[in-house]
Write a protein that binds this ligand. Structure first.
Ligand code: MRU
Length: 368
């Protein structure tokens, strides 16, 4: 399991995933044998995180093309996959990419081309995240120059925007891994991230795998830590960023941004370009927010002292619960967007100037 990609194509051509619903207690590898397996893996969050959802959807199309590669089969595969989760725009982006790369090809060439296209989407994600890591590392170095010599850089992150949410590196974790490898003194505050505990279960697991010093804190602790000077910088991921720089990420991100704003702590978002949705402006009004099953709130899963995995109810029987998966942080609360092309201000002009081709493809008028 160590260092293994959360999705990979084996030498025999099978597509395998790490089943993230089993972490951190068990390392389980699952094989995706067809479109339905890929769709189910996204729906049930065996794979999750915006870039990994995109890569899995691409492999889902490729697996469908192995069975039948007609136009109708391609459209049916895309229609099935787009229904799996509504918020991360990487899903629609990956399906559009696959359509664009396949529709012009003769049907008999599509199965092979689809696998290669999915591999390319996965490899592009690795390169994008690595570049985000380099740009984020520069920010970390700069912040450290303002601290006493030998002081530790304290980074706070929410959810899992790590290597498990991508293909490698992660987005928010890429600068962390690069800083750790470069020998910078670094410590990460990991928000547990209720209700599914992606921080406690996944971020802690992957940081631990690489030996990065970290501490898991309840979601409510961030404001207190920031008030007491215990956080130098917040770095989070994103599931969809609008043209004007509003960022949708795991529920609770907005509260961290508010606390960071109030305490003067820089708040950065690690943003791979496929996560930008240039068609949207006002994130709060326009981004579809996933609502998931109430059991994720009312129940908790964990390991007992003797190693059994059990699920227990933590609310009174029959209590009403609500489970919103994401929230939107307005651009005004964001210090900068760390993209593969550098650190960009969270506003329309800066995003368009950094990614003019994507803005144009979304129908925006781009001058120059
Ligand atoms: O519901 P999840 O676990 O898919 O949500 C994931 C997040 O919110 C991540 O922060 C986001 O996808 C960025 S991943 C690099």
């Amino acid at each position: 399991m160590r260092g293994r990609r959360p999705i990979l194509r084996t030498a025999e051509g099978a597509v395998e995933i790490i089943d993230q619903t089993e972490l951190p207690h068990r390392g389980v590898i699952a094989r995706l044998d067809g479109l339905e397996d890929a769709a189910e893996a996204i729906e049930t969050m065996r794979v999750r995180g915006a870039p990994l959802i995109g890569a899995t959807a691409a492999y889902g199309v490729a697996l469908a093309m192995r069975r039948e590669a007609s136009d109708a089969a391609l459209e049916a595969a895309c229609a099935r996959l787009i229904r799996t989760r509504p918020t991360a725009v990487n899903l629609a982006w990956a399906l559009d990419e696959m359509r664009a790369r396949l529709t012009a090809l003769p049907i008999e060439a599509r199965a092979e081309a689809a696998m290669r296209a999915a591999d390319a989407i996965a490899e592009d994600d690795v390169a994008i995240c690595s570049a985000i890591g380099d740009h984020g590392l520069s920010i970390f170095r700069e912040i450290l120059t303002r601290k006493p010599a030998g002081a530790t850089l304290n980074v706070l992150t929410h959810c899992n925007a790590g290597r498990l949410a991508c293909v490698e590196w992660g987005t928010a974790t890429a600068p962390i891994y690069k800083a750790f490898a470069a020998g910078l003194p670094i410590h990460v505050w990991v928000d547990e991230t209720r209700p599914r505990n992606q921080g406690a279960s996944l971020t802690s697991w992957e940081l631990g795998e690489r030996g990065v010093p970290h501490t898991v804190v309840p979601d409510n602790a961030g404001g207190h830590l920031m008030q007491h000077g215990l956080v130098d910088v917040v770095v989070v991921g994103t599931d969809r960023t609008t043209a004007r720089g509003d960022v949708c990420n795991k529920i609770g991100t907005y509260l961290k941004a508010l606390a960071a704003h109030d305490t003067g702590v820089p708040f950065y978002v690690a943003l791979p370009s496929p996560t930008i949705d240039f068609r949207l402006g006002d994130g709060v009004a326009e981004i579809p927010i996933e609502e998931r099953a109430g059991e994720e709130v009312s129940h908790m899963r964990g390991a007992t002292e003797d190693g059994r995995i059990e699920t227990v109810r933590i609310v009174p029987e029959g209590a009403r619960v609500a489970n919103y998966g994401f929230d939107v942080t307005p651009a005004r609360l964001i210090t900068g967007l760390i993209t593969e092309r550098g650190v960009v201000k969270a506003d329309r002009a800066s995003l368009v100037s950094a990614f003019p081709e994507a803005a144009r493809a979304a129908g925006l008028t781009v001058v120059g």
